[in-house]
Design a protein around this ligand. Structure first.
Ligand SMILES: Cc1ncc(COP(=O)(O)O)c(C=O)c1O
Length: 380
């Protein structure tokens, strides 16, 4: 199988991640606990170690401000449901994934919040000035994806961060498509809430993610339970990260995530970004040579991640994706990619596009094989 669906989850993982998972599962897979036995302490140490790594990696407000979650969606829900209050106005965009759009739309439909959804330009980029113009006296939060999971375009997060801070708003960034491949400095970019999965470009296993809760954000606990310490307290201890982390955490997954983050640090995220965007540019050139394809978004690779979306003049996306899988053993992602608003804006709703997303281990030969297959399929 040629796997080109890294925007959904990265595969394969670095060898060091498999080794870390295996070693941890065999030797240290206890329930973490601050006051427990040696194995419980070792498991707790694995969580602490990961929080330190993430804090360095994203220049966070402290390791304890990284709250582990099930995935990116869980982190986003924790933020929205923990921060927003009745009557708040929220600014968001048509680039967002359903894990941002749906919780916000549900709160809007319930009459709890009001929502402004800004449109990206034809190249797939948000104009920061549109954010400034949309601010009202009731605006509480701006929620923006760092890169579109459909067209791969990187958004001007630092510029929007300056605007939100100047107006004393909270700024939430969905870094699902950038964490591990585009530099993120939460303090310099004025990001109050950073939500990210661990299983995409941070190269950890599925079942991992985190929410960084900056010091300006007040989040209500919505998952209360055991914390491995402070058991006498009748309610959730207010100390971070335990305040937001009730229940047995995915300590095995987090041990794998640490190995993934270390791999990215060793390789250098700029290098991984350059590799992945070079492969998407190669595919773009091949598609032009073959003809009959429309590729979406601007072509400045320094402002894109390695994700490319296109449609064929002759075959719907779903059919193309199915043939690539069944006849050529190539995994791509056809459809709407959980992001219906941007597909409406592109004019690709409801069929969607074919999304190709190489990862750090994808090769030029993989892209050439895909291009040959596309040529063969669309020649009929
Ligand atoms: C932009 C974006 N946001 C959020 C998510 C949700 O992440 P997860 O699948 O880890 O819940 C995704 C996943 O594809 C995404 O691409």
């Amino acid at each position: 199988m040629i796997y080109l669906d890294n925007a959904a989850t990265s595969f394969p993982k670095p060898e060091a991640v498999y080794q870390a998972l295996d070693a941890f599962a065999r030797q240290s897979l206890a329930n973490p606990g601050r006051a427990g036995h040696k194995m419980a302490l070792a498991a707790e140490h694995a969580l602490d170690n990961a929080r330190h790594l993430l804090n360095q990696f994203f220049r966070g407000d402290g390791p304890e401000r990284f709250v582990f979650t099930l995935n990116g969606t869980d982190a986003l829900n924790m933020a929205f449901k923990g921060v927003l209050a009745d009557g708040d106005h929220i600014i968001t965009t048509d680039l967002e994934h359903n894990s941002v759009s749906r919780p916000l739309r549900a709160m809007e439909l319930a009459g709890r919040i009001s929502l402004t959804r800004l449109r990206a330009d034809g190249g797939g980029t948000l104009d920061p000035d549109a954010v400034r113009r949309a601010i009202t006296p009731r605006t509480r939060l701006v929620a923006l994806t760092h890169a579109s999971n459909v067209v791969g375009t990187i958004q001007p997060v630092a510029d929007v961060g300056r605007i939100t801070r100047a107006h004393d708003l909270l700024f939430l960034v969905d870094a699902a498509q950038t964490a591990g491949v585009v530099p993120i400095d939460v303090r310099a970019m004025h990001i109050d809430l950073l939500a990210f999965p661990g299983h995409k470009s941070l190269l950890g296993p599925t079942g991992t993610g985190a929410l960084h809760v900056g010091r300006r954000a007040r989040v209500r606990a919505w998952r209360e339970g055991g914390t491995g310490g402070d058991s006498a307290s009748e309610t959730q201890p207010t100390e971070y990260p335990y305040f937001l982390e009730g229940g047995t955490p995915n300590v095995l997954g987090v041990a794998g995530l640490s190995a993934g983050v270390q791999y990215v640090q060793e390789q250098g995220l700029e290098r991984i970004h350059a590799h992945e965007t070079a492969l998407t540019e190669r595919l773009w050139q091949r598609l032009e040579e073959i003809g009959g394809f429309e590729v979406f978004g601007h072509r400045d690779m320094s402002r894109r991640v390695g994700t490319i979306s296109f449609r064929s003049e002759v075959l719907p996306a779903a059919e193309l994706g199915g043939i690539l899988d069944q006849a050529f053993d190539i995994a791509v992602r056809p459809g709407l990619h959980c992001a219906p608003y941007i597909h409406r804006a592109l004019g690709t709703f409801p069929d969607g596009t074919v999304r190709v997303s190489p990862g750090p281990f994808s090769t030029e030969a993989d892209i050439d094989r895909l291009a040959e297959a596309l040529k063969e399929i669309t020649a009929f």
